[in-house]
Design a protein around this ligand. Sequence first.
Ligand code: HEM
Length: 473
Amino acid sequence: MGDLQGAEKIGKIPVVLPRLPRWRSLLRSFALAKDPLPVLNEALARYGDTVELFIGGVEKSILTRDPGLTQHVLQKNHRNYAKSKFTQGFSRYIGHGLLTNEGPDWLRQRRLIQPGFHRQRVAGLTGLMQEITAETLAPLAARAAEAGGAATVEVHALMTRLTFRIIARSVFSTNFPEAELDRLAGLITEIQAFFVRSIRQPYLKPWFRFKGHFKYHDALAAELRTLLAGLIAQRQQANARPGATPPDDLLQMLLDVRYEDTGEPMTPDRLIDEALILLVAGHETSANALTWLTYLLAHHPSEAVVVQTEMATVLAGRPPTFEDLPRLGSALHAVQETMRRYPPAWMVDRVALADDEYNGLRIPKGTLFSLYFHGLHHDEKYWPNPQEFRPGRFAPGQAPPVQPNAFVPFGGGPRLCIGMQFALTEMQLVTLELLRQFDLEWVPGQPPVTMQPLITLRPKHDFQVRLRLRPTA
Ligand code: HEM
C-alpha cells in the first residue's frame, strides 16, 4: 500500500509514526470512500497500531487502534481534544445538543442532564420498552401463525422502526400521533443522509449549492425544530392544567432540571437541541446493533439457544423485569459480542487543541485523530480469533478476560455515551423478547451482507431472516 517512512520505536508507539505518503493515500482515496474498512485494516496490518495518513488524500490524520493512545485522547488528556469539524458541521442541522456541543457549555449541559439517565429512570422506562417491542413483534407473530409458523422480515427496517419508537416514546411518552412520529423519523433520516453525503463527497458542495440542496435541508431542519417545539409546548400546557401529573419520561427530565448556579431551567431553544440529540443519537446506533445481532444469531443458532435456555430457567415463561436482567447475562453477552464485531460507532474523531505528547510521540496542535474502534475490537492481541462470534468471551471468569480499554463501543472518558445504560437495557430486552417468541433462521440465497460505515456501521443492504414461532411463545 505505501512506503514506511520512519518508524523509530519507543514502547508500543513509535516516536516518529509510520506514514502513508500523500500520493499513496490519494491513490487509495477512492477505495477509502467506497469501502473504508479494508483500506484502514490493510494500513494497520502493514504498519502497526498507529499510522499517519491523508484522508481522501487531503486531510492529515492519525489513525489508531492503540488502546493506550485512545484512552489518552478520550480520557487522560481529554481537555486537549475537541470533536473535529466533521462532527461540528452536523450542528448546522441538528443544533448544539450534547453530541455536537463543546467546551464549558458542553460540560454545563452534561452535568445538568447526566443525573436524568441514572439507573432508576432507565428502570422506569423498561415497561415502555417492553410494550413497544411487544407491539412491534405482535403483527409478525400473527403473520407467522397464519403462514403455518414462520414469517420472513427485513431486519434493518424492523429494528430501525422499533428503536425509533422506543427512543421517541421514551422522550415524548404522551401525545405522539403515528403520523408525527413517522414525519419525525423521516426528517431525521433525510437530513442525516444528506450530511453524510456532503462529508463523503466534499467536491460536490458547489453542485449541492447550485441545486439548492443546502437550502432544502436547512428547511427540513427548521421543520424538525418546529415539530419538536410544538410537542414541548403541548407538554407544558398539559402540565399547567390543575391536578396534572407529568409523565416520568426524558422530556419531563429535561423540563425539570435546573442549573446549579442560577436555579433556572433550560431555554426553549436548548430544550429542543437536547431533545433532538437524544432522538438522533439514540436510535440508529441501537438499530444497527440489533440488526447485526439478529444477523449473527441467525447464523449461530446454538448461541440463541444459550440465551433461550437461560431465559427458561430464570423466567419460566414470564416476561423479564429490570431486576431480572443481571440474571440474564447471556443476552447481554450476545449484545456485547455483537458490538465488538460490529461497533455502531465504528470510528470517533478528535482534534488536538494544543501541542501534546504521548509516550514520546509529539502531537502538534491541530492533529486530527481517527480513533478506530472497529480496528481495536478486532486486534488479535486482545481478542483471540477476532472474526469469530463468541458471546461467551464476555462471561465472567473467561481466559483471557476482556480488557476494558480494548472494548469501547460507547466511547470513553467524560464524553462516554450518556445513553449507555438505556441502550444496553433496551438491547437486552429486545433480544430476550425476540428469542422468547421466535427462533431465527437465515433465509438462504441472499447476497452476502456487507458493512456500510457511514456515521454508524450499518449493513449496505437490508436482509431477511425467518422468524419461526417457538412452541412455548
Ligand atoms: C448501541 C447503542 C449506542 C452506541 C453504540 C452509542 C455510542 C456512543 C458513542 C461512541 C458516543 C461518544 C462519541 C464521541 O466520543 O465522539 C456516544 C455519545 C452519545 N450518545 Fe450514544 N450510543 C448508543 C445509544 C445511545 C442512546 C440510546 C442515547 C440516548 C438515549 C445516546 C445518546 C448519546 C449522547 C447524547 C451522546 C453525546 C454525549 C456527550 O458528548 O456528552 N446514545 N454514543
